[in-house]
Design a protein around this ligand. Structure first.
Ligand code: FAD
Length: 497
């Protein structure tokens, strides 16, 4: 295991029984889980290579319970890891041996649907798709659509600033959340934003969105809902090379067309998805684009013809426009099932998530081929092409000698390549533990120190989700440079890892 977590505090482990008893007094009955066998289902998230049983699992049902649990843990110096549905691909919800796992799945109610103000107020455990399901009878929907939308929670989406196919045109979670209620580690309940479009003061809502459970526990979310477009159609476009597909993506955007979604898959991903879902994807192409246009019928028809012309000019060998809603859904079904489809062709895979400037796509793709040879591992590629957000899936078998270590090294090299061409380490899956140790590739010591000052303003004891996002555990007390005097470390009582 290459990624190290903070060493558990033996003093907390030693008083586990008393801690569980105190938690049970706050969240009684089945709301507090402490038997190892019962906690097993919570030991990992979507980054399944890493597992850890927590000290205890707590499933509160009210904001008062959340606040009381956090207040108790704050007072007792016990770490807390918030968890939604546990689909994080970067290990953000990985438990800590000496920490409480605070699972928000019982917060599963839609509190209010306000069609006049085009928003909905929901609890954080509501699934992403659950919001659309609750408003679709009035032809409304919630736009950000991670492929995991059937399972992932809106609280997790806020914490990860999640994206999806439709974020190219409609924005990420950050652009679709109007307000949140959250609880700080000290147990204070705070509200940010609301149904109104703007708020005075610092943009703390922006700060909380994407904070990966490090600043507070989200207990309520107000989201923007949109009216469903009059029509939506998708087109499948096959290319003989990934480079040609990449150039076509750039040309579509350069023409001023912003599709509702523009996704790309390479040959291994196309074949895996087609074998799994039978979406009608061509098998004889090296790259496939799915481009969706939505809006009034006349506009969609016109834009489809424009996209088709651009595609043919870039050497497309296949161009198939969906003729019905069922066919459009089928085109997307293959893409949305691409991850599990790849799971059928490889014993294990690591899903990476980097973002690059769109025009660097050909360079990064050929760089990735070279890295695949260097690390002797295959890779299947699925991209949110319009956003330049890459999801290389590194294929490996954990049961074979050093394949997991090579897969991690391959993944780190891909992310370094993204940074080298002017991109960033993450598009939508967060930093978690997966990219934590690569943060220094992007940020200077000063950058990181300032980010951690923000963390300290919310959680001065560094108890919320420690070991995630930041590469070195600077506690708030040691934010200055670490000066070792005559071999003596300052603040020797603080854990370092
Ligand atoms: C098959 C598959 C496909 C995926 N596709 C996409 C995709 O297309 N786009 C995308 O963006 N992501 C995708 N993901 C990643 C994942 O689904 C998202 O990151 C999602 O937002 C996580 O939500 P969750 O409820 O599962 O959160 P969890 O995994 O439980 O937690 C994720 C992080 O959020 C924090 N957190 C959770 N709930 C709260 C809360 N109430 N308050 C404070 N912090 C909280 C946790 O501490 C953790 O750091 C995919 C995952 C899988 C397995």
């Amino acid at each position: 295991m290459a990624i190290l977590m903070p060493k558990p505090d033996e003093a907390i482990l030693a008083r586990r029984e008393a801690v569980v008893e105190a938690l049970r007094a706050i969240v009684p009955g089945e709301g507090t889980v402490s038997a190892p066998a019962a906690m097993r289902v919570f030991e990992t998230d979507g980054l399944t290579a890493y597992r850890q049983l927590p000290l205890a699992v707590v499933l509160p049902e009210t904001v008062a319970e959340v606040a009381a649990v956090l207040r108790y843990c704050h007072q007792e110096n016990i770490p807390v890891v918030p968890r939604g549905s546990g689909t994080s691909l970067s290990g953000g919800a990985l438990p800590l041996a000496d920490g409480v796992l605070l699972v928000m799945s019982k917060f599963s109610r839609i509190l209010e649907i306000d069609f006049d103000n085009r928003c909905a107020v929901v609890q954080p455990g509501v699934t992403n798709l659950g919001i659309t399901r609750a408003v679709e009878h009035q032809r409304f929907y919630y736009a950000p659509d991670p492929s995991s939308q059937i399972a992932c929670s809106i609280g997790g989406n806020v914490a990860e600033n999640s994206g999806g196919v439709h974020c190219l045109k409609y924005g990420l979670t950050a652009n679709n959340v109007l307000g949140v209620e959250f609880v700080t580690m000290a147990g204070e309940v705070i509200r940010l934003g609301g149904k109104h479009l703007d708020a005075e003061g610092y943009d703390l809502l922006g700060l909380l969105t994407g904070s990966e459970g490090l600043l507070g526990v989200v207990t309520e979310v107000t989201v923007r809902i949109l009216q469903s477009p009059e029509t939506a159609r998708a087109v499948l476009i096959g290319f003989p090379t990934s480079e040609a597909a990449g150039a076509c993506v750039a040309a579509i955007i350069a023409k001023g067309i912003i599709p509702a979604g523009m996704e790309m898959m390479d040959r291994p991903a196309i074949l895996a998805a087609e074998d799994f879902v039978h979406a009608g994807y061509p098998r004889d192409v090296e790259a496939l684009l799915i481009v969706e246009l939505d809006g009034p019928q006349a506009e969609v028809d016109f834009l489809l013809s424009e996209v088709e012309a651009i595609a043919l000019a870039h050497g497309a060998t296949e161009c198939r426009i969906s003729r019905s809603e069922e066919e459009r859904a089928l085109f997307w079904a293959g893409r949305k099932a691409a991850f599990p489809a790849v799971g059928r062709i490889s014993a294990d895979y690591l899903c990476m998530d980097g973002t690059i400037p769109r025009k660097e796509l050909p360079r990064v793709l050929s760089g990735m081929k070279a890295l695949s040879e260097k690390h002797r591992l295959g890779v299947a590629n699925v991209f949110h092409a319009g956003d330049g957000n890459l999801h290389p899936l590194i294929l490996y078998d954990a049961a074979r000698d050093d394949e997991f270590e090579r897969a991690e090294a391959f993944g780190a090299d891909i992310l370094r390549l993204c940074v080298e061409v002017g991109g960033v380490l993450t598009g939508e899956h967060g930093v978690g533990i997966e990219k934590r140790d690569l943060m220094t590739e992007v940020f200077s010591e000063d950058d990181l120190r300032h980010q951690q000052r923000v963390k300290c303003a919310f959680d001065e004891k560094h108890l919320l989700n420690p070991g995630k996002v930041f590469p070195v555990l600077h506690r708030c007390a040691e934010l200055g440079r670490l000066q070792v005097h005559k071999g003596a470390l300052p603040f020797p009582e603080l854990p370092r890892f």
